[in-house]
Write a protein that binds this ligand. Structure first.
Ligand code: DP6
Length: 326
Protein backbone atom coordinates (compact mmCIF):
# COMPACT_ATOMS: atom_id res chain seq x y z
CA UNK A 1 0.00 0.00 0.00
CA UNK A 2 1.45 3.39 -0.94
CA UNK A 3 -1.28 5.60 0.52
CA UNK A 4 -1.98 5.99 4.24
CA UNK A 5 -3.88 8.38 6.50
CA UNK A 6 -3.15 9.13 10.15
CA UNK A 7 -4.90 11.17 12.83
CA UNK A 8 -3.07 12.87 15.71
CA UNK A 9 -3.97 15.20 18.55
CA UNK A 10 -1.75 18.10 19.61
CA UNK A 11 -0.46 18.03 23.17
CA UNK A 12 -0.16 20.53 25.99
CA UNK A 13 2.98 20.39 28.12
CA UNK A 14 2.88 20.74 31.93
CA UNK A 15 6.69 20.83 32.00
CA UNK A 16 7.74 22.69 28.86
CA UNK A 17 10.29 22.06 26.15
CA UNK A 18 12.03 25.40 25.61
CA UNK A 19 15.58 25.55 24.24
CA UNK A 20 17.54 22.82 22.47
CA UNK A 21 20.71 20.94 23.31
CA UNK A 22 21.07 20.00 19.63
CA UNK A 23 19.26 21.97 16.95
CA UNK A 24 19.74 19.57 14.06
CA UNK A 25 18.44 16.57 16.02
CA UNK A 26 15.87 18.45 18.13
CA UNK A 27 17.38 17.20 21.36
CA UNK A 28 15.78 19.31 24.09
CA UNK A 29 17.57 21.34 26.77
CA UNK A 30 15.30 19.64 29.34
CA UNK A 31 12.84 16.72 29.58
CA UNK A 32 9.14 17.59 29.24
CA UNK A 33 5.77 16.08 30.13
CA UNK A 34 2.44 16.55 28.35
CA UNK A 35 -1.10 15.40 27.67
CA UNK A 36 -2.68 14.82 24.24
CA UNK A 37 -5.79 16.91 23.55
CA UNK A 38 -8.69 14.74 22.37
CA UNK A 39 -10.82 17.66 21.18
CA UNK A 40 -8.32 18.91 18.56
CA UNK A 41 -7.20 16.82 15.59
CA UNK A 42 -5.01 16.83 12.53
CA UNK A 43 -5.69 14.34 9.71
CA UNK A 44 -2.94 13.71 7.16
CA UNK A 45 -2.94 11.56 4.02
CA UNK A 46 0.31 10.68 2.23
CA UNK A 47 0.74 8.83 -1.07
CA UNK A 48 4.09 8.16 -2.76
CA UNK A 49 3.64 8.14 -6.52
CA UNK A 50 6.01 6.96 -9.24
CA UNK A 51 6.39 9.56 -12.00
CA UNK A 52 5.58 12.59 -9.84
CA UNK A 53 8.46 15.07 -10.16
CA UNK A 54 8.17 16.99 -6.87
CA UNK A 55 6.37 16.72 -3.53
CA UNK A 56 2.90 18.29 -3.47
CA UNK A 57 1.75 19.56 -0.09
CA UNK A 58 -1.62 21.04 0.83
CA UNK A 59 -2.41 22.25 4.34
CA UNK A 60 -6.02 23.10 5.20
CA UNK A 61 -6.87 23.14 1.51
CA UNK A 62 -4.11 25.57 0.50
CA UNK A 63 -0.98 24.67 -1.41
CA UNK A 64 1.88 25.01 1.11
CA UNK A 65 4.83 27.27 0.34
CA UNK A 66 7.97 28.57 2.02
CA UNK A 67 9.07 27.22 5.38
CA UNK A 68 5.89 25.21 5.98
CA UNK A 69 6.45 23.25 2.76
CA UNK A 70 10.20 22.91 3.33
CA UNK A 71 9.67 21.31 6.77
CA UNK A 72 7.27 18.75 5.28
CA UNK A 73 9.60 17.96 2.35
CA UNK A 74 12.58 17.60 4.74
CA UNK A 75 10.53 15.12 6.75
CA UNK A 76 9.49 13.18 3.64
CA UNK A 77 13.22 12.99 2.80
CA UNK A 78 13.87 11.37 6.22
CA UNK A 79 11.13 8.83 5.57
CA UNK A 80 12.39 8.12 2.03
CA UNK A 81 15.92 7.57 3.37
CA UNK A 82 14.61 5.17 6.05
CA UNK A 83 12.49 3.22 3.57
CA UNK A 84 15.02 3.31 0.71
CA UNK A 85 12.55 4.77 -1.80
CA UNK A 86 12.81 7.73 -4.17
CA UNK A 87 9.20 8.49 -5.15
CA UNK A 88 7.80 11.96 -4.56
CA UNK A 89 4.68 12.31 -2.46
CA UNK A 90 1.28 13.93 -2.40
CA UNK A 91 0.49 15.14 1.12
CA UNK A 92 -2.80 16.63 2.29
CA UNK A 93 -3.29 17.72 5.89
CA UNK A 94 -6.23 19.28 7.73
CA UNK A 95 -6.50 20.52 11.31
CA UNK A 96 -9.74 21.50 13.01
CA UNK A 97 -8.10 24.29 15.07
CA UNK A 98 -6.04 27.41 14.19
CA UNK A 99 -2.33 26.85 13.44
CA UNK A 100 0.53 28.95 14.79
CA UNK A 101 -1.30 30.49 17.76
CA UNK A 102 0.08 28.52 20.69
CA UNK A 103 -2.08 25.45 20.18
CA UNK A 104 0.91 23.28 19.31
CA UNK A 105 -0.25 22.63 15.76
CA UNK A 106 3.19 21.34 14.76
CA UNK A 107 2.91 18.55 17.34
CA UNK A 108 -0.17 16.94 15.78
CA UNK A 109 0.90 17.85 12.23
CA UNK A 110 4.26 16.10 12.41
CA UNK A 111 3.02 13.15 14.48
CA UNK A 112 0.34 12.49 11.83
CA UNK A 113 2.80 13.05 8.96
CA UNK A 114 5.32 10.66 10.52
CA UNK A 115 2.83 7.81 10.78
CA UNK A 116 1.09 8.41 7.43
CA UNK A 117 4.34 8.87 5.48
CA UNK A 118 6.19 5.94 7.08
CA UNK A 119 3.22 3.62 6.50
CA UNK A 120 2.74 4.84 2.91
CA UNK A 121 6.46 4.17 2.34
CA UNK A 122 5.98 0.57 3.49
CA UNK A 123 7.51 0.93 6.97
CA UNK A 124 5.91 -0.41 10.16
CA UNK A 125 7.70 1.54 12.89
CA UNK A 126 7.13 0.73 16.55
CA UNK A 127 6.09 3.50 18.97
CA UNK A 128 9.61 4.54 20.06
CA UNK A 129 10.85 4.65 16.46
CA UNK A 130 7.82 6.68 15.38
CA UNK A 131 8.24 9.10 18.30
CA UNK A 132 11.94 9.51 17.44
CA UNK A 133 11.08 10.16 13.79
CA UNK A 134 8.42 12.74 14.73
CA UNK A 135 10.93 14.46 17.06
CA UNK A 136 13.29 15.10 14.15
CA UNK A 137 10.57 17.17 12.45
CA UNK A 138 9.30 18.98 15.55
CA UNK A 139 10.31 18.22 19.11
CA UNK A 140 6.85 18.46 20.64
CA UNK A 141 5.48 16.07 17.97
CA UNK A 142 7.26 13.14 19.62
CA UNK A 143 4.91 13.54 22.62
CA UNK A 144 1.78 13.21 20.43
CA UNK A 145 2.79 9.66 19.43
CA UNK A 146 1.99 7.77 22.67
CA UNK A 147 -1.59 7.95 24.02
CA UNK A 148 -2.58 10.02 27.05
CA UNK A 149 0.18 11.54 29.18
CA UNK A 150 3.77 11.33 27.89
CA UNK A 151 7.25 12.02 29.12
CA UNK A 152 9.91 13.01 26.59
CA UNK A 153 13.41 12.41 27.87
CA UNK A 154 16.78 11.08 26.70
CA UNK A 155 20.00 12.77 25.74
CA UNK A 156 20.94 11.06 22.49
CA UNK A 157 19.29 10.62 19.11
CA UNK A 158 18.58 6.96 19.98
CA UNK A 159 17.00 7.38 23.37
CA UNK A 160 15.32 10.79 22.98
CA UNK A 161 11.63 9.97 22.49
CA UNK A 162 8.35 10.08 24.40
CA UNK A 163 7.03 7.27 26.59
CA UNK A 164 3.53 7.00 28.01
CA UNK A 165 3.31 7.69 31.74
CA UNK A 166 -0.49 7.29 32.01
CA UNK A 167 -3.25 6.21 29.62
CA UNK A 168 -6.08 8.57 28.56
CA UNK A 169 -8.52 6.72 30.84
CA UNK A 170 -6.30 7.17 33.91
CA UNK A 171 -7.56 10.69 34.64
CA UNK A 172 -10.30 12.83 33.06
CA UNK A 173 -8.19 15.98 33.23
CA UNK A 174 -9.62 18.71 31.00
CA UNK A 175 -7.97 21.50 29.07
CA UNK A 176 -10.33 24.40 28.34
CA UNK A 177 -8.51 26.64 25.87
CA UNK A 178 -9.38 30.32 25.85
CA UNK A 179 -8.68 31.40 22.27
CA UNK A 180 -7.91 35.13 22.34
CA UNK A 181 -6.17 35.34 18.96
CA UNK A 182 -6.22 33.38 15.71
CA UNK A 183 -3.38 35.43 14.20
CA UNK A 184 -0.22 33.61 13.16
CA UNK A 185 2.43 34.69 15.67
CA UNK A 186 5.43 36.61 14.36
CA UNK A 187 8.04 34.31 15.93
CA UNK A 188 6.94 30.69 16.24
CA UNK A 189 8.33 28.19 18.73
CA UNK A 190 10.54 26.62 16.04
CA UNK A 191 12.53 29.88 15.69
CA UNK A 192 12.06 30.90 19.34
CA UNK A 193 13.99 27.97 20.82
CA UNK A 194 17.26 29.42 19.53
CA UNK A 195 16.72 32.56 21.63
CA UNK A 196 16.27 30.75 24.95
CA UNK A 197 19.96 30.75 25.80
CA UNK A 198 20.13 34.57 25.36
CA UNK A 199 17.96 35.01 28.48
CA UNK A 200 19.70 35.24 31.87
CA UNK A 201 16.71 33.31 33.26
CA UNK A 202 17.13 30.26 31.01
CA UNK A 203 19.65 28.58 33.30
CA UNK A 204 17.49 29.22 36.37
CA UNK A 205 14.46 27.63 34.68
CA UNK A 206 16.47 24.57 33.61
CA UNK A 207 17.81 24.18 37.14
CA UNK A 208 14.25 23.98 38.45
CA UNK A 209 13.14 21.19 36.06
CA UNK A 210 14.68 18.22 37.95
CA UNK A 211 12.57 19.20 40.97
CA UNK A 212 9.45 19.90 38.92
CA UNK A 213 9.33 16.78 36.77
CA UNK A 214 8.94 14.14 39.52
CA UNK A 215 6.34 16.35 41.21
CA UNK A 216 4.28 16.60 38.00
CA UNK A 217 4.62 12.88 37.38
CA UNK A 218 3.46 12.09 40.90
CA UNK A 219 0.57 14.55 40.54
CA UNK A 220 -0.60 12.70 37.42
CA UNK A 221 -0.28 9.33 39.16
CA UNK A 222 -2.27 10.65 42.16
CA UNK A 223 -4.74 12.65 40.02
CA UNK A 224 -3.83 15.67 42.13
CA UNK A 225 -4.98 18.77 40.21
CA UNK A 226 -3.67 21.30 42.75
CA UNK A 227 -0.16 19.81 42.59
CA UNK A 228 -0.20 19.45 38.81
CA UNK A 229 -1.75 22.87 38.18
CA UNK A 230 0.57 24.70 40.57
CA UNK A 231 3.64 23.18 38.92
CA UNK A 232 2.26 23.78 35.40
CA UNK A 233 1.60 27.46 36.16
CA UNK A 234 5.09 27.89 37.60
CA UNK A 235 6.81 26.38 34.57
CA UNK A 236 4.62 28.25 32.05
CA UNK A 237 5.46 31.54 33.80
CA UNK A 238 9.14 30.57 33.96
CA UNK A 239 9.15 29.79 30.23
CA UNK A 240 7.40 33.07 29.38
CA UNK A 241 9.87 34.92 31.62
CA UNK A 242 12.68 33.37 29.58
CA UNK A 243 10.89 34.38 26.36
CA UNK A 244 10.30 37.96 27.54
CA UNK A 245 13.93 38.40 28.63
CA UNK A 246 15.49 36.89 25.48
CA UNK A 247 17.28 39.03 22.93
CA UNK A 248 15.23 39.89 20.97
CA UNK A 249 12.43 39.67 23.49
CA UNK A 250 9.39 37.50 22.77
CA UNK A 251 6.19 38.86 24.29
CA UNK A 252 3.29 36.59 23.36
CA UNK A 253 0.69 37.87 25.83
CA UNK A 254 -2.22 40.07 24.80
CA UNK A 255 -4.46 41.94 27.25
CA UNK A 256 -7.08 39.13 27.25
CA UNK A 257 -4.30 36.58 27.97
CA UNK A 258 -3.62 38.30 31.27
CA UNK A 259 -7.35 38.79 31.92
CA UNK A 260 -7.94 35.02 31.66
CA UNK A 261 -5.00 34.23 33.95
CA UNK A 262 -6.18 36.76 36.56
CA UNK A 263 -9.78 35.52 36.36
CA UNK A 264 -8.65 31.93 36.88
CA UNK A 265 -6.79 32.87 40.06
CA UNK A 266 -9.80 34.83 41.35
CA UNK A 267 -12.15 31.89 40.64
CA UNK A 268 -9.74 29.60 42.42
CA UNK A 269 -10.10 31.77 45.53
CA UNK A 270 -13.84 31.17 45.26
CA UNK A 271 -13.39 27.39 45.06
CA UNK A 272 -13.30 26.63 41.30
CA UNK A 273 -10.17 24.52 40.87
CA UNK A 274 -8.58 25.64 37.59
CA UNK A 275 -4.97 26.38 36.63
CA UNK A 276 -3.39 27.89 33.52
CA UNK A 277 -0.55 27.10 31.20
CA UNK A 278 0.47 28.66 27.86
CA UNK A 279 2.57 27.60 24.90
CA UNK A 280 4.36 30.01 22.58
CA UNK A 281 1.30 32.14 21.95
CA UNK A 282 -1.41 34.24 23.61
CA UNK A 283 -4.07 31.54 24.06
CA UNK A 284 -4.56 30.27 27.60
CA UNK A 285 -4.90 26.57 28.41
CA UNK A 286 -7.02 26.18 31.56
CA UNK A 287 -6.70 22.86 33.38
CA UNK A 288 -9.57 21.48 35.44
CA UNK A 289 -11.38 18.30 36.44
CA UNK A 290 -14.00 16.93 33.98
CA UNK A 291 -16.86 17.91 36.28
CA UNK A 292 -15.83 21.59 36.19
CA UNK A 293 -15.20 21.85 32.43
CA UNK A 294 -18.75 23.07 31.66
CA UNK A 295 -18.89 25.86 34.23
CA UNK A 296 -15.30 26.90 33.48
CA UNK A 297 -15.98 27.11 29.71
CA UNK A 298 -19.04 29.24 30.35
CA UNK A 299 -17.17 31.65 32.60
CA UNK A 300 -14.29 31.92 30.12
CA UNK A 301 -16.73 32.62 27.26
CA UNK A 302 -18.02 35.60 29.20
CA UNK A 303 -14.60 37.24 29.59
CA UNK A 304 -13.90 40.17 27.25
CA UNK A 305 -11.60 39.36 24.34
CA UNK A 306 -12.28 35.62 24.27
CA UNK A 307 -13.01 34.56 20.66
CA UNK A 308 -13.54 30.85 21.14
CA UNK A 309 -13.34 28.12 23.77
CA UNK A 310 -12.00 24.66 22.91
CA UNK A 311 -12.55 21.81 25.36
CA UNK A 312 -10.42 18.65 25.46
CA UNK A 313 -9.98 15.60 27.63
CA UNK A 314 -6.92 13.33 27.34
CA UNK A 315 -6.39 12.14 23.76
CA UNK A 316 -5.30 8.93 22.08
CA UNK A 317 -1.91 8.46 20.45
CA UNK A 318 -1.32 8.87 16.72
CA UNK A 319 -3.31 6.27 14.76
CA UNK A 320 -4.08 5.07 11.24
CA UNK A 321 -7.59 5.50 9.87
CA UNK A 322 -9.33 3.83 6.94
CA UNK A 323 -10.54 6.98 5.14
CA UNK A 324 -8.32 9.31 3.08
CA UNK A 325 -8.30 13.03 2.27
CA UNK A 326 -7.83 12.29 -1.46
C1 DP6 B 1 6.32 26.34 23.75
O1 DP6 B 1 8.01 21.53 19.15
O2 DP6 B 1 7.16 23.68 18.16
O3 DP6 B 1 5.04 24.57 22.77
O4 DP6 B 1 11.10 21.33 17.88
O5 DP6 B 1 11.51 23.54 16.84
O6 DP6 B 1 9.50 22.22 16.16
P1 DP6 B 1 10.47 22.56 17.28
O7 DP6 B 1 9.62 23.31 18.41
P2 DP6 B 1 8.18 22.99 18.98
O8 DP6 B 1 8.27 23.68 20.42
C2 DP6 B 1 7.20 23.64 21.32
C3 DP6 B 1 7.44 24.62 22.42
C4 DP6 B 1 6.29 24.85 23.38
C5 DP6 B 1 6.46 24.06 24.67
C6 DP6 B 1 6.15 22.59 24.61
O9 DP6 B 1 5.26 22.16 23.83
O10 DP6 B 1 6.76 21.85 25.38
Amino acid sequence: MNKATAVANPNIAFVKYWGKADEALNLPANPSLSMNLAGLTTVTTVAFRAGQTSDMVTIDGQSAAGEARERVVAHLDRVRALAGIGERAWVASRSDFPAGTGLASSSSAFAALSLAASRAAGLALDEPALSRLARLASGSACRSVPAGFSLWQGDTDRDSYARQVASPSHWALYDVVAVVSREHKAVGSHAGHALASTSPLHRARLDAVPGLLPAVRAAIEDRDLAALGGAAERDALAMHSVMMTSQPSLLYWLPPTLAVMQALRAWRQEGLAAYFTLDAGPNVHCLCEARDAGVLSERIWNLPGVLDVLVSGPGEGVRLVEYHLF
